[in-house]
Design a protein around this ligand. Structure first.
Ligand SMILES: Nc1ncnc2c1ncn2[C@@H]1O[C@H](COP(=O)(O)OP(=O)(O)OP(=O)(O)O)[C@@H](O)[C@H]1O
Length: 220
């Protein structure tokens, strides 16, 4: 009998769990995070709060595999033995990760091709993703010509063109107007309804009433 092909992003739904245990991360030789632990399951959101410098971005970067941790464990359960969280995650940083000279469509086509290693019914087309963030009219505009809020919306559309179950979002609402915040809150809820996980660092309410909160004190 033919073996079922390995589809890393298929049917993870609520079986997925992102588990962080006893995490310690240092930056510039100074401890920033110590003894951080939480679990987020498929369908759930975690809001990470804390003062400036508390380590919110540091935590997201560590989960995204961009910073080493000195102690502890970051594990993805329910996605196979070899599963590493970065393979399953979108990381949206403060920078938008787009090329100014390319159109919005070209930028998102790039990300869709680069990130979507396997076709998945939960990935959206570029025009659909732009419609979700209210940017359908800007398909052919050079990214560099967009306003700050429009750039952020185009960057958020990147999350939608290649389904990845874990969204790691650093201040996702920056520069967004009220209507765009509402649209993005709906997109995050839809992502959770598809079995996805949202971990978002923010100073502002995200519009996710059901989300758990992790308040970082920061190791001074
Ligand atoms: N590249 C770096 N080298 C040394 N220290 C760093 C580096 N990047 C960040 N830090 C330090 O790590 C600490 C945590 O920074 P981080 O950016 O994670 O905080 P944050 O909670 O996201 O803050 P904010 O709310 O201002 O975005 C800060 O004290 C910061 O100065």
């Amino acid at each position: 009998m033919e073996e079922t092909p390995h589809r890393p992003h298929a049917d993870l739904r609520s079986a997925l769990r992102l588990r962080v245990e006893n995490l310690a991360v240092a930056r510039g030789g100074r401890p920033v995070l110590q003894s951080v632990g939480f679990t987020v399951s498929g369908g759930e959101a975690l809001v990470v709060t804390g003062r400036n410098g508390a380590g919110k971005s540091t935590l997201l970067r560590a989960i995204a595999g961009l910073l080493p941790h000195a102690e502890g464990r970051i594990a993805l359960e329910g996605a196979g033995e070899e599963a590493e969280p970065p393979q399953y995650a979108h990381y949206l940083a403060h920078a938008d990760g787009m090329k100014a000279a390319l159109t919005v469509e070209e930028n998102l086509d790039f990300w869709s091709g680069y990130l979507a290693r396997e076709p998945d019914g939960r990935s959206r087309s570029v025009p659909d993703a732009l419609a979700v963030v209210g940017l359908g009219h800007a398909l052919l505009a050079p990214f560099g010509a967009l306003s700050a809020g429009q750039k952020r919306r185009a960057a958020l559309a990147r999350l939608l063109v290649a389904f990845r179950p874990i969204w790691l979002l650093d201040e996702p609402l920056t520069a967004l107007d009220k209507a765009s915040r509402g649209k993005f809150a709906a997109a995050m809820r839809d992502h959770c309804a598809l079995g996805g996980i949202v971990v978002a660092a923010t100073h502002e309410p995200l519009g996710l009433e059901e989300a758990a909160e992790l308040a970082l004190g920061g190791a001074r």
